[in-house]
Design a protein around this ligand. Structure first.
Ligand code: HEM
Ligand SMILES: [Ca+2]
Ligand SMILES: [Ca+2]
Length: 303
């Protein structure tokens, strides 16, 4: 049911309206890029791409207030809210475009703004009416997951090992808080050692940036070389033992995925093509149509 021309008759200029709003937001802060990209991932993996991640808590706690999603940067939500306001300010477009579709378009736009590939976004998702804190824990992968478990979680959404490796390339931009990888540098396997898959010089650098008593807000760029550019540097980092999260470095440790890492590291065009294919599949997860959803007036509340 998804299609690139979905709003052809209802709001023909929706793509340029969203793009303009995203550009303005990006000029204010470049954190807009990783924040929006991660928001899209966390939305699609929990109840499908239906903007459930944007619903505010009511008498029960919603996804965004779950422990994992509390680390989603506010600028991602703000990007969608601003783009939605821009769309709704155009006569005829008011309440015609779903928050889920605006998030999908904004994600495409931030990737291009950071120097990554551009692609046609499929549209036609409705917004969901349900969001629960409990659903996040079992659906969002954790940074200490083994490859087998990561693969299982992605496979449950029809995503292949190639898709997993390509989508992990999103970690070419953005930050991680120290607590997400502190075990690797201070207490690996519970015996006060350092994860041996970490490059020793990089491990030292991380210990400096994340001292044992680091404040909870302390964060490190996930790609130490080109932290703001959407490129294949992430894979080159993995080849050098500079994957920040255990789940990143695992892609190079295992033979099955190492070949893909090497391929993406050596050929940015292949990486971009694989990423576009994978994020397009990501955007198809759990699509709601008809009575299953609605076009939310306010992205943070059901109608
Ligand atoms: C493969 C399994 C994955 C795991 C275990 C994982 C885990 C994480 C963790 C722990 C962080 C740091 C969060 C923080 O401390 O605030 C993070 C950040 C991020 N993740 Fe992932 N992630 C995965 C896949 C993905 C995918 C598929 C995407 C998007 C397509 C993505 C996009 C991002 C982005 C852009 C950031 C940076 C966020 C920011 O700077 O605000 N991740 N991820
Ligand atoms: Ca969702
Ligand atoms: Ca990069």
């Amino acid at each position: 049911q998804l299609g690139v021309d979905y709003y052809r008759n209802t709001c023909p200029n929706v793509e340029s309206i969203v793009r303009r709003a995203v550009e303005v937001k990006f000029q204010q802060t470049d954190v807009t890029v990783p924040a929006t990209l991660r928001l899209f991932f966390h939305d699609c993996f929990v109840r499908g791409c239906d903007a459930s991640v944007m619903l505010a808590s009511t008498n029960h706690t919603s996804e965004k207030d779950s422990p994992i999603d509390l680390s989603l940067a506010g600028d991602g939500f703000d990007t969608v809210i601003k783009a939605k306001a821009a769309v709704d300010s155009v006569p005829g477009c008011q309440n015609k475009v779903s928050c889920a579709d605006i998030l999908a378009m904004a994600t495409r736009d931030v990737i291009a703004l950071a120097g990554g590939p551009s692609y046609a976004v499929e549209l036609g998702r409705l917004d969901g009416r349900v969001s629960t804190k409990g659903s996040v824990r079992n659906h969002i992968p954790l940074p200490d997951f083994k490859l087998e478990k990561l693969n299982q979680m992605f496979a449950s959404h029809g995503l292949t090992l190639t898709d997993l490796v390509a989508l992990s390339g999103a970690h070419t931009v953005g930050f991680s808080h120290c607590n997400q990888f502190s075990k690797r540098i201070y207490n690996f396997k519970g015996n006060k050692s350092i994860d041996h898959t970490l490059n020793p010089a990089y491990a030292k650098e991380l210990q400096q940036k994340c001292p044992k008593n680091a404040e909870p807000e302390a964060a490190v760029q996930m790609d130490p070389v080109t932290p703001k550019i959407f490129d294949n540097q992430y894979y080159k980092n993995l080849q050098q033992g500079k994957g920040l999260l255990s789940s990143d470095q695992a892609l190079f440790t295992h033979k099955r995925t190492r070949e893909l890492v090497n391929l993406f590291a050596s050929n940015n065009t292949v990486f971009e093509t694989s990423f576009v294919s994978a994020i397009t599949k990501l955007g198809r997860i759990g699509i709601k149509t008809g009575h299953q959803g609605e076009i939310r007036r306010d992205c943070s509340m059901v109608n």
